[in-house]
Design a protein around this ligand. Structure first.
Ligand code: NAD
Ligand code: IPM
Ligand code: MN
Length: 355
């Protein structure tokens, strides 16, 4: 039987709470399959930093790389904790992993599941996917400040866009679009202002488009895209965009789909050279941490993305189906704990209903 080595990084805040449910679901859905999931847990995040001063050591990274995939909860300590002032765990750990493992595709689907209440009055059938670039843009940390702390301080944050980096994520997005029913791709950028990066993105999209004649391509400035996310989200099928625009748009996408607790993501290295990492879009939610209030659905749907990535498409479909089932009846159910939601989904997976 196939053995899958999974690195689990529960992280901070609600991370451990939602990851516990995701791991439960993973166990339940693969119980009948010819696969064995071997998990190793990595204590990384604010607690580890406070204990040891480490964010992500070379040894951690080397060990994580020995795995087939990574499941991550969320990272980020309690805001305002003075002991974390210089830690920057988000950058050191989360971006550290995305960069080191070359997760150049950050895949973030947005679906309004039947029965789920969207804050939009009449959203229609919303089902799109954001292909967010994951290793470049303003996230690279190519910046600096001079005359710090003075009235003359200058702070620069350079957005790095390479032809190589843009082309590979654009190609991936075209492949995704080609495989979907509507075969529609929207480039989202800000070409009217960010002229250098904008023209690179637009040129590469135009060039690659010639190889995908079946894919219809259009363009939106990012500000206008936020309008259509709210007024006409059904217009989207596949979106390809820069790292920072993609970050912002996918929190908005989560909100329109019924809440940040439902939004899953995959940080993918499509070459398979490095393990890909799956995580909810949300953060550590210090405001609700430790109270079993977090919705684990985003983490559980991230497990579905993980299974898909590993080629376990049947198991992935079963998780999606169980989640859809659970969401459809949610309005009539009472408020459940984090574990309550996980247990309900496990029950659906093991129940005859979905067999
Ligand atoms: P957040 O996503 O943690 O929280 C935003 C709001 O959404 C909060 O009100 C929170 O309670 C709510 N929320 C989030 N997840 C939820 C869930 N599963 N169920 C129900 N409600 C949920 O964003 P933030 O407050 O901007 O960031 C908190 C910390 O998390 C920061 O340190 C930030 O840097 C970090 N962060 C980490 C990740 C990650 O690890 N991938 C992502 C985003 C933010
Ligand atoms: C996300 C988060 C991260 C990002 C932060 C915590 C570095 O907001 O995964 O969406 O900006 O990518
Ligand atoms: Mn984000």
């Amino acid at each position: 039987s196939r053995i899958i080595k999974l690195a689990v990084i529960p992280g901070d805040g609600i991370g451990p709470e939602v990851v516990a449910e995701a791991v439960k679901v993973l166990g339940a859905v693969t119980a009948r399959d010819e696969v064995t999931i071997e998990t190793s847990t990595f204590q990384l995040g604010a607690a580890r930093f406070l204990e040891t001063g480490d964010v992500l050591t070379d040894a951690d990274l080397a060990s994580i790389q020995q795995h087939d995939a990574i499941l991550l909860g969320a990272v980020g300590g309690v805001p305002g904790d003075p002991r974390l002032k210089d830690a920057n765990i988000e950058r050191g750990l989360l971006l550290g992993l995305r960069f080191a493992l070359d997760h150049y595709v950050n895949l973030r689907p947005c679906t309004i599941y039947p029965g789920v209440t969207s804050p939009l009055a009449a959203p229609g059938v919303v089902d799109f996917v954001v292909v967010r670039e994951g290793t470049e843009g303003p996230y690279v940390g190519n910046g600096g400040a001079i005359r710090r702390g003075t009235q003359q301080e200058v702070a620069n944050e350079v957005s790095v866009n390479t032809a190589y980096g843009v082309e590979r994520v654009v190609r991936y997005a075209f492949e995704v679009a080609q495989g979907r029913e509507r075969k529609h791709l929207t480039l989202v950028h800000k070409t009217n202002v960010l002229v250098f990066a904008g023209s690179l993105w637009q040129r590469i999209v135009n060039e690659v488009a010639a190889e995908y004649p079946q894919v219809a391509v259009d363009y939106l400035h990012v500000d206008a895209a936020t309008i259509f996310f709210v007024t006409n989200p059904t217009r989207f099928d596949v979106i390809v965009t820069d790292n920072l625009f993609g970050d912002i748009l996918t929190d908005l996408a989560a909100a329109i789909s019924g809440g940040i607790g439902l939004a899953a993501s995959g940080n993918i290295n499509p070459t398979g050279r490095f393990p890909s990492m799956f995580e909810p879009v949300h953060g550590s939610a210090p405001d609700i941490a430790g109270q079993q209030l977090a919705d684990p659905t985003a983490a559980i749907l991230s497990v579905a993305l993980l299974l898909d990535h590993l080629g376990l498409t049947d198991a992935a479909a079963r998780v999606n189906e169980a989640v859809a089932h659970d969401l459809a009846r949610r309005t009539i159910s009472v408020r459940r704990s984090t574990a309550g939601v996980g247990d309900a989904i496990v029950t659906l997976l093991t129940d005859k209903v979905l067999k």
